[in-house]
Write a protein that binds this ligand. Sequence first.
Ligand code: SF4
Length: 127
Amino acid sequence: MTKIGLIRCEKNENRCPLTGCLTSLKGCAQGFAGYDAAEIAGLFTCQCPGNDLVEKAKILKSKGAEAIHFCTCTFAHKESNAWVMGDGFCDHLDDLMAQVATSAGIPCVKGSAHLPEAYQVETVVPG
Ligand code: SF4
């Protein structure tokens, strides 16, 4: 059983209750397809421009998280009924993920639910 930390963007926190992310996590689908079994260790909302995100990641790690997933809406957007790459909520997600992975010492995974077609899940491992 792999314990997962989830980080969502504050720009979406009042519109999305994370139903798709949590369902995908529970079912090891979409961004969580690489796990045989997974459970949520905890989740945080990122606040621009990433305030205290390393500290939040360290807390998730202390609660047992073995990887942190960043929600798909941070780097992709929805068109009609499909999610496509780009124009997500965050314009510096890759930098944030690298900072968190290195400073908190935990793999950071880019994606959760409803992945864009053909997108291969990217993971940043601690340097
Ligand atoms: S830094 Fe990026 S992920 Fe975090 S709240 Fe701002 S836009 Fe969202």
